[in-house]
Design a protein. Structure first.
Ligand SMILES: [Zn+2]
Length: 431
């Protein structure tokens, strides 16, 4: 397997990488723009876009900001509201796997900025059926989350006639350099389907092994082009206009607003995914089982490119976290209603043969970045350090003294162990 001489990415990255003659990947090359572009001028371009929407008419909102209990949400709202003076409606899709800390972060976020907030929580049994379908179909336990969080804001935009959606970082730019920052790419149905959703639209899940109908999936369907055109919906990404540095942004938000961080199971980044029970646990192990690397590689790569971490430090992080067994697997299996054997067999079907081989019933990793610490061209590709490394902060908690369950359940996506009632009247009248 070929690995980038600068960062830790392998050539089988699912968003696709290209390598230049120095063996440096497209993600690293586009990332160099963060140190060469005129970010003052780029922020002025953002202001020029926002000024066309700001405070228009009597509308209560002039934009939508998708948020969660983590992942730069504080930074995005702080920029949009405080620095650029917009009136955002905050929206989120409930991923059902919330942590108390994520719920607190979200509750404080909408309170601190005093914004209206809308959330979509899908019916629990339906989400489980959708999740079983996507585990079997594409080896993904997280498809419903990716589908929901990329479409609910768009549906709200159409429904409430709010034409502008403001997202944080575009992963095609920040991770793999699919586009330059100066391309100023915007939200599209095509990118969402091909990359966010791994090529599977909600419509594709109809009539599979779970017997899902269109009515089970409408909340995850992208609005028709005609509806988008009628409102003039567009989605812009802030990382095209602001020099994106997730670690620094979170540390600013910890200092300004007491954003809560937390230690994560399979990575050293204690900021990005503290709102999800599975993201840095089982979900990340599934990523590793498919592609031979996990989130720790994404996070170390990001820090190497921002010139805080050396490639060698990054490899040490991979060594420390790549094989950690997630503690949340049984909780997920109980929730989704699958045995470990069925789940493992479903995931094994999607292991990338470029990095995994099956020998006498045992899966073996054919290669790893750990074997590429001293490749000959690594020195030549090295960046000069910009700032000394310091560990990600683990903050204290803002949990109140009373028993947490009493307020957590108000926002959590489901209540464990509650049986569904017997349906007295069928959905469709008969006779
Ligand atoms: Zn690279």
């Amino acid at each position: 397997m070929r690995y980038c001489n600068r960062c830790l990415y392998p050539e089988n990255h699912p968003l696709h990488l290209t390598f230049d003659e120095d063996g440096v990947c497209s993600g690293c090359r586009v990332h160099e723009e963060k140190d060469t572009l005129d970010w003052t001028a780029r922020a002025e371009r953002l202001e020029a876009i926002l000024s066309r929407y700001r405070g228009k008419g009597d509308a209560r909102y002039d934009c939508i900001v998708p948020v969660s209990g983590a992942r730069d949400s504080y930074f995005i709202v702080d920029m949009v509201r405080r620095r650029f003076g917009m009136n955002p409606l905050l929206v989120s899709y409930n991923r059902q796997f919330n942590t108390p800390r994520g719920i607190r972060n979200l509750a404080y976020l909408r309170t601190i900025f005093d914004r209206d907030y809308m959330q979509l929580i899908l019916a629990p049994d339906e989400v489980k059926a959708i999740t079983r379908e996507t585990i079997h179909r594409i080896g993904s336990m997280y498809w419903h989350v990716l589908a929901g969080q990329t479409v609910f804001p768009v549906q709200v935009a159409v429904r409430l006639k709010i034409p502008l959606i403001i997202w944080g970082a575009h992963q095609g730019i920040d991770q793999v350099g699919m586009y330059s920052h100066t391309d100023e790419v915007e939200m599209t149905r095509k990118y969402r389907c091909e990359h966010d959703l791994m090529g599977i639209e909600a419509e594709d899940l109809i009539d599979g092994t779970e017997g899902l109908h269109e009515r089970d999936l409408v909340q995850l369907m992208y609005p028709h082009d005609r509806e988008l055109a009628r409102v003039g919906v567009r989605g812009i990404y802030l990382n095209n206009y602001l020099r994106w540095d997730s670690k620094r942004q979170h540390e600013d938000m910890i200092a300004a607003y007491d954003y809560e961080s937390a230690a994560q199971q399979r990575t050293f980044d204690t900021y990005n995914d503290v709102d999800c029970q599975h993201y840095s646990g089982l979900h990340d192990q599934v990523k590793f089982l498919k592609w031979g690397y996990g989130k720790v590689t994404d996070h170390a790569t990001r820090e190497i490119r921002l010139r805080r971490m050396t490639r060698e430090q990054g490899i040490e992080m991979v060594r420390r976290y790549a094989d950690v067994e997630p503690r949340d697997k049984q909780a997920f299996l109980d929730w989704v209603g699958m045995s470990a054997a069925d789940f493992d067999a479903a995931i094994d079907r999607f292991r990338d043969p470029r990095i995994w081989s099956l020998d006498n019933g045992t899966w073996t990793l054919r290669d790893s970045v750990l074997n590429h610490a001293t490749d000959t061209a690594v020195e030549q590709a090295r960046l000069t350090p910009a700032e000394p490394w310091h560990d990600f902060i683990v903050t204290g908690t803002r949990a109140p003294d009373e028993a947490e369950d009493e307020y957590v359940l108000m926002a959590k996506g489901y209540v464990p162990g509650v049986p569904a009632p017997t349906v007295v009247r069928p959905d469709t009248p008969t006779g």
